[in-house]
Design a protein around this ligand. Structure first.
Ligand code: PEP
Ligand code: MN
Length: 497
């Protein structure tokens, strides 16, 4: 025999039935359901009513239930859940709560961003906004590399009270200026419920950091905001706890939530945190919300950012948030995990390859705006990038060694690109060889080889490299191609014998 519910719960259940009926008849989101509720039971009632899209708020001595999510988001499974389940299970974030996956749209003058759609979205920028020049130059670099969102901390949650705490409101104005100049959407962290309105006035996306994932006052406040929220997983939080935190934001009325895996604390000390790659498919399976990954805070070292980012995209992440600094060795925070602009540009190209292999693409935004005078914006990548090796005087040896490791990583990547281009060139030479054999022309063509070498002078001038060295390089390339064609010829002859 079912045990009778305590009278407080009975009363709550009765009121919740009324609330559910009222919610069904409430079309407009802001229309209040007038339902006086005795002061003694609001918390029980909140558990019962939040899945139905009603929030309990104090009203003239009593409480009133107000719709807090759109009726289309009222989950169909509600009636099957027991009272205990409702407090335990995320409901609004659950995959079955809505028919379609949530796509968070953000529009700026330079981009129409859709987070959670087919395209992968990349946000990048410094850990903290340090000054105007560094922010604007980083914004331009990440924009030309293919990012569509600019990150940059204005209010910084630092482990030590003596570390740089961020520029505060001044940084917000600089972020807005960077958006104006580049068209990048702005994402920045809000630490304090009292700052939500201020941050929302400057940013396109509010970031709730790992340390604040269970700051319920902050979650309630961002839940009342009209800005999308990127919610980072706490460093020791389970995925259920992350989802419940998202549930708090959604129950407050804001359904534009992006979840973010940023590494969790494990026993491993070689990395700052451990990226929980499995969180991505789990969250994608259990929720309808987009999932971002922060490879920078996960690895904590620049050389880990690219492999972790690629793993995240391969595992189904909808986007990345990456720390980029024009001079990582002299960054005021998180320099050791920040990528210099050129390494970031390489990363975006690699992300595009991995995204393509899992049926997606990278959203690189609209073509970059021209400068006011109509000239093209400089392409820092082609021009050698912003020089992260300036201002090194007084930098400590470990930071210098880190900077050197970053540059060597870049060199390795470029070598790989050169070799793969060389392989393409050889393949083209072999194709030419087949045509030459079919036409009965000699595979070795001294005239053609001389013409290729002749181009060395022009190429050397364009690239600013010594003519002699470039000529030697071209000679080597010709020799590789000629050998491949002669081998093919010999194989053909052996076959026809
Ligand atoms: C950040 O993104 O700057 C940050 C502090 O991240 P997290 O909250 O993940 O540590
Ligand atoms: Mn950081």
């Amino acid at each position: 025999m079912a045990r009778a519910l305590p009278s407080r719960l009975q009363a709550a259940a009765r009121l919740s039935r009324q609330g559910l009926r009222a919610a069904r008849h409430t079309r407009a989101r802001d229309q209040a359901v007038t339902m006086p509720i005795p002061k003694t039971i609001p918390s029980v009632l909140q558990i019962l009513l939040s899945p139905a899209g009603l929030a309990i708020t104090p009203a003239s001595g009593d409480y009133a239930a107000t719709p807090c999510v759109s009726p289309s988001r009222i989950p169909k499974v509600t009636h099957e859940l027991t009272l205990a389940d409702r407090a335990r299970l995320p409901v609004l974030t659950a995959r079955g709560a809505v028919a379609e996956r949530t796509v968070v749209s953000i529009a700026t003058a330079g981009a129409d961003i859709r987070i959670g759609g087919r395209a992968v979205v990349v946000a990048a920028g410094p850990c903290a906004v340090e000054n105007r020049d560094m922010l604007l130059s980083t914004a331009r670099s990440v924009r030309s590399a293919g990012a569509v969102m600019l990150r940059g901390g204005a209010f910084k949650p630092r482990t030590s009270p003596y570390s740089f705490q961020g520029m505060g409101a001044d940084a917000l104005a600089l972020l807005a200026e960077a958006r104006e100049q580049t068209g990048l959407a702005v994402i920045t962290e809000v630490l304090d419920p009292r700052h939500v309105e201020l941050v929302a006035a400057h940013a396109d996306v509010l970031q709730v950091g790992a340390r604040n994932m269970q700051n319920f006052a902050l979650l309630a406040e961002v839940g009342r905001s009209s800005r999308p929220v990127l919610l980072k997983r706490g460093m020791s939080a389970t995925l259920d706890e992350l989802l419940m935190a998202a549930e708090h934001i959604m129950a407050g009325g804001n359904s534009r939530v992006i979840l973010c895996e940023r590494g969790i604390r494990t026993f491993e000390t070689k990395t700052r945190n451990t990226l929980d790659v499995s969180a991505i498919p789990v969250l994608k399976r259990e929720t309808h919300l987009p999932v971002f990954v922060d490879p920078s805070h996960a690895g904590g070292r620049a050389h880990l950012v690219s492999p972790l980012a690629l793993a995240a995209i391969a595992a189904g992440a909808d986007g990345l948030i990456v720390e980029v600094h024009p001079s990582p060795a002299s960054a005021l925070s998180d320099g050791e995990q920040s990528l210099p602009p050129r390494a970031f540009a390489t990363l975006v190209r690699q992300v595009a390859v991995v995204a393509g292999s899992v049926g997606r693409e990278v959203d690189v935004g609209r073509p970059q705006a021209r400068a006011d005078d109509g000239s093209e914006q400089p392409n820092e990548e082609l021009e050698g990038g912003t020089d992260e090796l300036t201002d090194l005087a007084g930098v400590a040896l470990p930071a210098l060694l880190d900077a050197l490791a970053n540059v060597r990583d870049d060199i390795q990547t470029v070598d790989r690109e050169i070799i793969s281009l060389l392989a393409r060139r050889v393949a083209l030479g072999r194709r030419a060889g087949r045509v030459k054999r079919a036409a009965g022309v000699s595979v070795v063509d001294p005239m053609q080889e001389a013409a290729v070498l002749e181009r060395a002078r022009e190429l050397a001038e364009a690239a600013g490299l010594p003519y002699r060295d470039l000529r030697a390089l071209l000679r080597g390339m010709i020799a590789i191609s000629r050998r491949a064609q002669l081998n093919d010829e010999a194989a053909d002859e052996a076959e026809s014998r």
